[in-house]
Design a protein around this ligand. Structure first.
Ligand code: B12
Ligand code: SF4
Length: 602
């Protein structure tokens, strides 16, 4: 097989999580990952697809999944056996601050001459600190790095200059650092493709399924994401993906949408090969009525059978749900209201009432919505312990007002482990009533290896300390769990198991506090003795993780398509074709070069 130009590595959040005793807590209970956040960024797929389309050879290796699924997996041996032109490592989510740097150190130690490139939103924010680590040669900044990465890899292959590569922070052999302009911020998402058949082709080509798997349980729950836009029109104050964060840190002044016809094409590809639910990320109502109509009617045209879920940033009205019902077989909705209290939600930056949400839920359920997930969060501005504890009773009333409809599923989770870097609150904690326990990347790396999520969290708010946030989260989760069992939204035995696990988690947290209050010299041994119990409690704390899953159906058509793909790819390999784009598929047009007319952001 030909030499890879780029190997993209995804690290676990804490590199040596298999050896350390860390009670991560319910930090990942609302996402498909385990607490080591083994899911790699969608950008790995868009970057790899784009670079391969432009003649480069890219491999994705999800080290975190390999470490989780194969207890004896030897990371150093695996990296030692690689020989790419360059390594790419994501530090997209700040919780990867520990693992990503440790993996970079291994790459540098085993392959001193191979460039190590970092990228992702957190890398962008901390680029100046990051480039200071010996194991980092380049930081690719910004939210759209497909084309800048093409230019960088071409330059590295040719031994050419990187001085003109947009968005790049780089270190010269003499150690001097240059920060190129953050000038590549395209206004559309039409030049890229979130094409999962790329991953499937790569799996067939490399005969290596586990390296590409997006998260640990993906093979049993193959959920796929589809992306309408980059950026956000809203300004929630703790969000590192808000309009302000994109403007201040990623040079983005307006949302970049994906053309609705291309979005439908992405979804058509998923439907062809993958039977799982499809989750449409980033509220597509932000794009306006024409977009909404083209997108939803497009889904009808392809006769979408996979369950599809939408997240909305504001509660939609009746006409919209009627329109979805008219055009889709199986749709679900999720809204993060954060708090039942309108004032707390407003302090967070979401300006709508619970009354409007309740009306939206009623209309969705009347118009064929299969499931309505409602998310609450702890740790947000002005939110007190008492306010969090009111959540279960509020939800009980909400169920009563919606006819105890079990398609409604509420969840609560903490803003953890970190308050997002780049958010308004992170940039200006005093103004929003927060105290930060870490500011720099290195401080966050040290937090991540603390023994429990109470110690790991990077903030206190004036209204609640992190200890109170932990307690309030567990209390409210028990309450919510009981309400869901009472109305029949979850089975009694599931509720009982969850309640038992929360109680055990609290005991474990208290034991860790006790160990930490004891002599420093005795802590490592005492924590190590406790590791087995901690690992057992680290998943599905505040709810059973499978509660998040939407149903999926495997059809004969999907199986046949996968078999056909297997044969096509193997024949292509046999006859020496290196690239994997389907011949009948037009290459999306190149985006105009935004360098010409953008104000320089750095
Ligand atoms: C979709 C999304 C998710 C999806 C993840 C899908 C996925 N696999 O990527 C879900 C819902 C599962 C999710 C989960 C989480 N998310 Co999230 N998520 C988003 C969201 C809404 C959009 C991001 C996106 O898809 N962008 C488009 C894709 C195509 O690009 P991309 O993945 O960003 O990659 C591009 C660049 O970032 C860069 N890049 C990324 N990695 C690398 C690596 C290299 C080497 C290079 C060169 C470039 C590069 O280049 C890529 C290509 O252009 C943003 C908010 C926003 N408005 O942007 C939050 C956001 C990124 N998430 C955030 C957080 C905190 C989380 C969680 C940690 C929350 C939690 N505690 O559970 C988890 C982590 C999950 C995990 N790893 O297991 C924060 C990150 C703050 C920070 N800097 O740390 C954000 C900014 C806002 C928020 N609070 O939701 N998330
Ligand atoms: S929380 Fe959601 S709606 Fe609010 S700014 Fe972040 S991405 Fe946008």
């Amino acid at each position: 097989m030909s030499r890879a130009d780029l190997v993209l590595l995804h690290a676990p959040s804490v590199y040596d999580f298999r050896e350390r005793s860390i009670m991560f807590g319910p930090v990942s209970d609302m996402v498909p990952s385990t607490p080591v956040f083994e899911m790699y960024p969608l950008g790995f797929t868009t970057m790899a697809e784009y670079l391969e389309r432009h003649g480069l050879n890219v491999k994705i290796v999800n080290l975190a999944v390999l470490m989780l699924n194969r207890p004896g997996f030897d990371v150093e041996r695996a990296i030692g056996a690689m020989d790419p032109v360059a390594f790419g490592i994501d530090l997209h989510w700040l919780p990867h601050a520990h693992g990503s740097i440790e993996i970079a150190r291994i790459c540098k130690r085993l392959h001193p001459g191979t460039p190590v490139i970092f990228g992702g939103l957190s890398s962008t924010i901390f680029h100046e600190e990051l480039i200071g680590y010996d194991c980092v040669d380049y930081v690719m900044r910004g939210d759209s790095t497909e084309e800048p990465m093409r230019r960088l890899i071409e330059a590295l292959r040719a031994g050419g200059s990187v001085a003109d590569v947009p968005n790049l922070t780089w270190k010269a052999p003499d150690g001097s650092v240059t920060v190129n302009d953050l000038s590549w911020v395209p206004d559309t998402m039409d030049a890229i493709s979130l094409d999962y058949s790329f991953n499937m082709r790569a799996v067939i080509r490399t005969r290596d399924m586990m390296s590409f798997v997006p998260f640990k349980d993906w093979l049993s729950y193959p959920v796929c994401a589809s992306l309408t836009s980059r950026g956000c029109t809203h300004d929630c104050v703790t969000c590192g993906g808000s309009a302000a964060a994109f403007r201040e840190h990623f040079g983005r002044r307006k949302l970049a949408f994906r053309d609705p016809d291309l979005l439908v094409r992405d979804i058509e590809h998923i439907q062809k090969f993958i039977p799982g639910p499809i989750f449409v990320l980033n509220d597509f109502l932000q794009a306006g009525p024409d977009y909404v109509e083209r997108f939803v009617k497009g889904l009808r045209k392809i006769d979408l059978k996979n369950p599809i879920g939408f997240e909305f940033f504001r509660p939609p009205g009746e006409d919209f749900y009627a329109f979805l019902d008219e055009n889709l077989h199986d749709y679900s909705v999720e809204i993060s209201v954060e708090s039942h209290d309108d004032d707390v939600r407003a302090a967070f930056g979401k300006h709508y009432t619970m009354e409007s949400v309740e009306e939206s839920i009623r209309q969705a359920l009347r118009h064929g919505c299969k499931r309505f997930d409602l998310y609450f969060m702890t740790g947000i501005p002005t939110q007190t312990y008492e306010s969090v504890l009111e959540t279960p009773e509020y939800v009980r009333g909400l169920y009563e007002r919606t006819g105890n409809d079990t398609r409604l599923l509420p969840f609560i989770s903490p803003m953890a482990p970190f308050l997002d870097p780049g958010s308004k609150v992170f940039d200006n904690p005093d103004a929003y009533g927060y105290t930060l326990h870490a500011r720099t990347l290195e401080e966050h790396r040290q937090l991540l290896i603390q023994p429990s999520w109470r110690h790991i969290m990077n903030y206190d708010s004036d209204a609640m300390t992190r200890g109170e946030i932990v307690d309030a989260t567990y209390d409210a989760a028990v309450g919510l769990n009981r309400v869901k069992a009472d109305v029949g939204a979850i089975a009694a035995d599931v509720a009982e198991t969850t309640e038992h696990r929360i109680a055990q988690a609290r005991v474990a947290m208290a034991r860790i506090d006790e160990i930490m209050a004891g002599p420093v010299s005795e802590r490592p041994a005492a924590l190590a003795d406790f590791k087995h119990e901690i690992d057992r409690l680290n998943e599905s704390t505040v709810c059973e993780k499978s509660e998040l899953n939407w149903p999926a159906h495997l059809t004969a058509k999907v199986v046949l398509n996968v078999i056909a793909l297997w044969f096509t790819e193997n024949l292509a390999i046999l006859f020496g074709r290196r690239r994997f784009r389907r011949i009948d598929e037009p290459v999306p047009p190149m985006i105009p070069n935004p360098l010409e007319d953008r104000t320089r952001a750095v």
